[in-house]
Write a protein that binds this ligand. Structure first.
Ligand SMILES: Cc1ncc(COP(=O)(O)O)c(C=O)c1O
Length: 380
């Protein structure tokens, strides 16, 4: 049976990119690699919409998250972490691991943080040095209002905004310089349509000022070393050569498609998915603003998501993600990032309908596919 990966990371990798990565390995201290690296640097700046350097780390997204913290903050610094899901919780764990005085702003799962709560926390305690948030909280499918939060932090010289853009960068607009983000991290196995293994990070001028006094331990993830080397089109340590060659090909594809068109693609696929699911009587887990990276769908409670996920796999070869923690067995999470097209999305919805029908769920069979098809392909 053919396999279809619909998880919100790792995602499906286009075959033309896989072919690029199948070419014989090249050494990284060569002119040939340096020219690929130069191209990739420009491409990443385009996707981040920044004049700053975007570092390429041989680590999964969490490595860049750790890098964001250790390159800017100092022992005992007070930080506010938005915790509205598993990845917000991870910001908290990283900050505590490095001895930061961590205050968690708890957000009910499925909701977006209210920027007014962040402003209140910063006004109340002027010694807070950073706000850490997810642009898109992949465990719940909720989008947090990065721009509105930046409007609060941008004019405070002594507060950084550190954004986990792992399912945000390249998915929806997050223009780094314009919004005034201070550090933003990304990951290869998301909108970049690559295998896992690379993560990215950019730093603002304000973040570099923090870097001057930052005393947290750092070696492998030292962004100063990354910056110095990037200017010479190389990395301080052996880069993930194969993934960077794949990245060059992906970024070429993105340049051709255009940033805005990429954002429209994710927006359309996610809208079709949400409306298709609603048309068959299913609820979307997100209560405020859904991230276009993925849709979190509440399975019929009498069936539960685990059975749905199992049936999708055994009958259609489809892999989707279950919920985590309190959402485990309650929701399934389906991706709109990676090598996923309109036809794939429509196929997924028809598969869900088939599976739910067999599991005894009563609904208007075909209504989801019809609704999604109207959105994706027009109804005339
Ligand atoms: C929003 C977000 N942050 C962090 C991570 C962790 O990244 P990684 O698993 O690549 O370390 C993920 C991975 O799914 C994510 O979606």
């Amino acid at each position: 049976m053919k396999n279809y990966i619909f998880t919100p990371g790792p995602v499906a990798v286009p075959s033309e990119i896989l072919i690029e990565m199948a070419k014989p390995i090249m050494h990284h201290r060569t002119k040939e690699f340096e020219s690929i690296f130069a191209e990739v640097r420009e491409g990443l700046k385009y996707i981040y919409d920044t004049k700053q350097e975007v570092f390429i780390l041989a680590a999964s997204g969490t490595g860049a998250m750790e890098g964001a913290v250790v390159n800017t903050l100092s022992r005992g610094d007070k930080v506010v972490v938005v915790n509205g899901g598993k990845f917000g919780e991870r910001w908290g764990k990283i900050c505590r691991a490095f001895g930061l005085d961590t205050q968690e702003l708890m957000v009910e799962w499925g909701h977006s943080v209210d920027p007014a709560d962040i402003k209140k926390a910063l006004d109340k305690d002027p010694s807070i040095r950073a706000v850490l948030v997810q642009a898109s909280e992949t465990s719940t499918g909720a989008m947090h209002p990065t721009r509105e939060i930046a409007d609060i932090t941008r004019h405070r010289d002594d507060v950084l905004l550190i954004v986990d853009g792992i399912t945000g960068v390249g998915v929806f607009p997050l223009p780094f310089d314009e919004i005034g983000i201070d550090v933003m991290v990304g990951g290869s196995q998301k909108a970049f349509m690559l295998p896992p293994g690379l993560s990215f990070a950019a730093m603002s001028e304000k973040a570099w000022k923090f870097n001057k006094t930052s005393d947290l331990p750092k070696y492998y993830f030292d962004f100063k070393a990354a910056q110095k080397n990037a200017e010479k089109n190389t990395t301080p340590y052996t880069p993930a050569v194969t993934l960077i060659i794949g990245l060059a090909a992906v970024l070429r594809r993105f340049k051709e498609e255009g940033r805005e068109s990429m954002f429209r693609r994710h927006a359309k696929l996610s809208l079709a998915m949400r409306e298709g699911m609603k048309a068959i009587g299913l609820d979307i887990y997100v209560k405020d603003v859904p991230s276009p990276a993925l849709t979190t769908v509440v399975a019929p409670p009498e069936i539960g998501s685990s059975k749905v996920i199992k049936a999708l796999s055994s009958e259609f070869g489809i892999t989707v993600a279950d919920g985590q923690d309190q959402a485990k067995g309650v929701i399934f999470r389906v991706s709109h990032i990676g090598d996923i097209e309109k036809t794939d999305t429509l196929f997924f919805i028809s598969a869900i309908e088939s599976v739910l029908h067999k599991l005894g769920y009563k609904f208007n069979y075909g209504a989801g596919t019809k609704k999604a098809s109207e959105i994706l392909f027009g109804d005339k």
